[in-house]
Design a protein around this ligand. Structure first.
Ligand SMILES: Nc1ncnc2c1ncn2[C@@H]1O[C@H](COP(=O)(O)OP(=O)(O)OP(=O)(O)O)[C@@H](O)[C@H]1O
Ligand SMILES: [Mg+2]
Length: 236
């Protein structure tokens, strides 16, 4: 799903934390958002997710450039996801029930996702008994269940071990390639951005500093600020 933003501004109590002049994320992008703490990354993702309203400007979705967030076609995965207090199966099935899928279809889709994410042995387990990495995989399976056109992830592997991180990364690449899902991922892990993303957006102090092919932005940035960030130099 294509996204287009123009003069997008978010202020909290008069303080401007996001100010994007123009940004186009093409349909089918696999885009990483990087930048220091407080840069406005989560604010941007929350605006796209429709979880908060911009102070000003426009944010348009899809080829028709509608201003209404298409909630049924998009979803978000958080760093500490909230699972429903029931089994893994029922968590993954939840968006499908909401969308009126039949039981046989639901069973097939849940089985398929559980298998792909190595959750088969946990299907009947209660969600509160899962480890952090398992919880994150269930949240991802639930998010993918209905084949969203847009998947937003806010530091989905921040508390996850390398093996589980690799599984999650593989899944993101796969749905992007095979199903054309547009994926936008906030990460503090630049190696992950390089491994997973095709495009990278570097934000600082609420602004887009640089946006382009991941390889180029991470290896050979145009902006001095980006260069300092990817070189690991601290700045404010
Ligand atoms: N609900 C809110 N009320 C007031 N200020 C907020 C709110 N949400 C975010 N902010 C402020 O907006 C700025 C951007 O925050 P945001 O969470 O988008 O940053 P971030 O880039 O995601 O940072 P991090 O890497 O630490 O997650 C911060 O200075 C933050 O304090
Ligand atoms: Mg954040």
């Amino acid at each position: 799903m294509k996204l287009y933003m123009e003069n997008l501004i978010k202020e909290f109590e008069g303080r401007r934390v996001l100010d994007i002049r123009e940004l186009l994320i093409e349909s089918g992008a696999l885009c990483g958002i990087i930048g220091p703490n407080g840069a406005g990354k989560s604010t941007l993702l929350n605006l796209i997710a429709g979880l908060m309203k911009p102070t000003d400007g426009s944010l348009l979705y899809g080829e028709e450039e509608t201003a209404v967030a298409p909630f049924r076609e998009m979803t978000m995965v958080f760093q500490a996801p909230y699972l429903i207090r029931t089994t893994v199966d029922k968590n993954i099935a939840y968006p499908l029930k909401l969308r009126g899928w039949g039981n046989a279809q639901i069973e097939e889709r849940v089985g398929e996702l559980a298998e792909e994410l190595g959750l088969t042995d946990f299907r009947k387990q209660k969600s509160w008994k899962l480890s952090g990495g398992e919880t994150q995989k269930v949240a991802l399976a639930r998010a993918l269940s209905f084949r969203p056109k847009l998947l937003l992830l806010d530091e989905p592997t921040a508390n996850v071990d390398p093996a589980t991180t690799a599984e999650i990364e593989r899944m993101l690449r796969k749905i992007n390639e095979k199903e054309g899902t547009t994926v936008i991922l906030i990460t503090h892990n630049l190696v992950q951005a390089k491994r997973v993303c095709r495009e990278v957006l570097f934000m600082n102090q609420g602004k887009v500093v640089e946006f382009g092919a991941a390889e180029r932005v991470l290896r050979d940035p145009e902006q001095e600020l980006t260069k300092r960030f990817v070189d690991g130099e601290l700045f404010t």
